[in-house]
Design a protein. Sequence first.
Length: 702
Amino acid sequence: MSSKTVFVPSRLHLALAAAGLCALHVSAMAAEDLGGALSTVEVKASVEKKKLGDSVSSGALGRKSELDTPFSTKAVSSDEIEDRLATSISEVLKYDASVTAISPPISTHPATIQMRGLRLDDLNGYKVNGLANVNRGTEMPLEMFESVEVMKGLTGYMYGFGSPGGIVNYVSKRPTTSPSFSAALGYQEGGAIKEHIDMGGRLGEEGGFGYRLNLLHEDGNLQEESGSIKRNAAAVNLEWRVTKDLALTYDSIYQRRNSVGGTDIIIAPNFKVPAPIAGDSKLNSIGAGSDVEYTLATAGIEYRLNPEWTVNASYRTSDSTRVYKKDQYYITANNGDYRDRVTSELHGYRFEQTQASINGTFDTAGLTHEAIFGLMSQNLESTSSVTTPKTYIGTGNLYAPNILNVWNINYSGGTYRDEATRQEAAFASDTVRLNENWSVLGGLRYTRFVDTAFSAKGAVTASYPANKTTPTVALMYKPAADTTLYASYVEALEQAATAPTSTVNANQVFAPIKSKQSEVGVKTERSWWNATAALFHIERGAQYTNAANVYVSDGQTKYEGVEFNTVVQAAKNLSIEGGAMFLRATLEDAAPGYSGKRAVGAPRRQLSVQATWREVLPGLALHAGTQYLGELAMDAANANTLPAYTLFDAGFNYRHRYLGKMVSVRANISNIANRKYWTYYQENYLNIGSPRTASVNVRVDF
């Protein structure tokens, strides 16, 4: 890791809080339930699917139930994440057919997904508790979160700049209502062992002070690309009700994650996509890998002015520094021959965000209003190594790779600020209840944005300012309390992608891209099933690599699709969850030879289904699932198409009380058929698909 120190105060706070909380937990007393701002969380042994009536984050719109949100949403609870032994965001969301995994968990760009055929923005598309978070190169420690939520489509009003694909929001674990302590030990095929401790509770006569502490260590080899992982993580979540109307919160996460694996396969359009290789094939050079240090800290305050109005304010910092050496295999022949190019570099990112809002309800002219007004300021600073070798070190063949040594290839020259972005925004929305059945939502967000790129000597090389008012409007109709029909329209800006390192204009920065979306949908929650369906139309500025291998911003891409998700309680102990997405995505108004082509990386169709059979025997549940990803275009000219593939998974969880302690045993096998396949990462880039992998975990709740 570099000599750069990343957010020392946060580490110190974590260490002090962890030491103090371990001592506090010993003497914790059971607390009464609390209302108002503080949460009340119970640790449960049973697992249920999240329902549409459960709340999800809607950014500037606050938290609303999925049923009352005029956008397509999805939430996965920590119980389900734990039962499936998911280790990455792609595994968490793999049974949502609108989500596509586009990078392996141990690559230099993990935790990267697409929604509706659109890659999420690494620096604006992933939030923690609704606020900014650095996700580039960072696979978040899932063990620290109560749930993972997604909002699909444009979120310009709700969150500001971001990809029109959607937003992922990680929701932190909160203090438990009564004292809790659990310890878990896990094993993943290949040799990786994980230890995890989770404790929480409340202190004081009325439980006014709440705490939650999570500690994690994982180390060992992995099946995937014969790689390895080593990580240490900690999270502290504190809540303090100062008075019945005033609450303070503090949340902090630290993770150091070192991994080996994740070689890029780069295919120019004049070569064919090679036959896929086994997921446990070793491609990395000796000494290649990724080392990421990540911190996040948030202080918040909530004050209830009266029963109808509440004021919230928060300050967030999020830092990430990653040092990596990465192999990139440039295909040179249709038989799988390649040239091995190794990159060695450092990237550092620091987010700061301040946000304040006031929300409440009022009646006027016989109508009920739910209003929110807020201000936001956000800064992102990016640093890079001054000298970043991109060295061709040899040749080989994918089916007989030549593993070389790269210990002597290192970045040098220190670091410099290569890019800075600033966003300042004011937002307001009003949801007006016209009658028992009809309501209308209107929101405006005014954003001042500037993206500035710098040379290694500090000179400004490009600057892209943008001042934009982005509207959100939606009409909702509830024919019954358990059903919502809606139509919505959103506009947004997103920070453009930089040119890939494989292009002639590598790392060039572009002006922000405009997007707009129309969507109509329906959501319903019945006693034994729920379902959501949506039709959407998205238009955005296009970026692609042309025939001269220059990355350009040119033309427009249109995404038109339909998505459907459902959970059915087919029998007393049998639930089936499934979904489908059908997508038509085309490039228009671009250079000759590209207009009318399929959009890069957008699959024509995706399908998924998962079945869970509970109480097969007392305390025993089985689950099995499958995912289908349709073919997709690899390049703007559609010279290469990535074939479709289907994956299967299965596992079980067993819960039983021994000596007064709840013991949970979980096991899972992913890619049961050990299917060989490629995953798409970005235009002309492939990664090896994960091999068959078995995992097991034992947890004891004391």
